[in-house]
Write a protein that binds this ligand. Structure first.
Ligand SMILES: [Zn+2]
Length: 255
């Protein structure tokens, strides 16, 4: 059984065929889907979708690139959403300086607020980071953290991987692992211990080969898993089972 630990079915990309997309995932043996919030409205919509389907759970969080429209009152809304039993994590939150550092201080401030929410509700934290490795390390070093943390869409080098492992964090791989030139990610997939990694699509983004460039969806998560099994030269069924068990334990999903 598979689990897509990170996707965005609440996005407009799925407005026309959300139901069919979910059914296709079921046919491909995807037992659970975690739909990740990126703003207050996206988190609300994610929790509504999760309410409708037994196989879907959601998270609540404000993405670091969403700072322009974000206000302090939104933190209270995320805190309220965190009480919903179908909300299984806080995220995606973090730091992203890829496009600009304009909101650097605000990104840090809201990241800290949301770390505190995860800690308070004892929920896993889903971290998004892009071109902010140094700042993330600094920030996490100095505070009380929730017990469970995952770095989603892992694309760091060996040093970051070691740092994640040394701190007890999890990492999650997307379709990038299937891209021929993603050497860093291939290396990380080779050396990361299987009991500390998850698979995800990040749909509608980052469709794996052979669908690269197209809209991604949860039914494609098997391509990520197959590639990791191939890189690790491990039995696919075995790695599938370990990742599934770890994922449901991490997100506290009972089945
Ligand atoms: Zn995402």
């Amino acid at each position: 059984m598979l689990i897509d630990t990170h996707c965005h079915l609440d996005f407009p990309d799925f407005e026309k065929d959300r139901e069919e997309t979910i059914q296709r995932a079921k046919k491909e043996n995807v037992r659970y889907i975690i739909n990740i919030g990126t703003s207050v409205s996206s988190s609300l919509k994610s929790s509504e979708i999760a309410q409708k389907y037994n196989c879907i759970f959601a998270t609540a969080g404000i993405h670091p690139t969403d700072m322009e429209k974000t206000h302090i009152i939104d933190i209270e809304k995320i805190n309220e959403l965190a009480k919903n039993p179908k909300i299984v994590g806080i995220g995606e939150v973090g730091l992203d300086f890829h496009y600009s550092r304009k909101f650097e201080e605000k990104q840090k401030e809201f990241f800290i607020y949301q770390i505190e929410i995860a800690e308070k509700h004892n929920l896993p934290l889903i971290i998004h980071q892009r071109e902010a490795e140094k700042e993330i390390k600094e920030l996490l070093k100095t505070r009380k953290l929730p017990e469970k943390i995952v770095f989603h869409c892992f694309s760091g080098d060996e040093e970051i991987l070691d740092w994640c492992m040394a701190n007890g964090f999890y990492i999650s791989f997307t379709g990038i692992v299937t891209f021929p030139k993603a050497y860093n990610v291939h290396k990380a997939a080779k050396i990361a211990p299987i009991d500390r990694l998850f698979v995800e699509t990040d749909a509608p983004f980052l469709a794996p080969v052979p669908f690269r460039g197209k809209r991604n969806e949860p039914s494609y998560v098997r391509f990520v898993l197959e590639k990791i099994a191939q890189i690790k030269q491990m039995d696919r069924a075995k790695i599938e089972d370990v990742i599934f068990q770890n994922s449901i334990k991490f997100f506290n999903i009972s089945y």
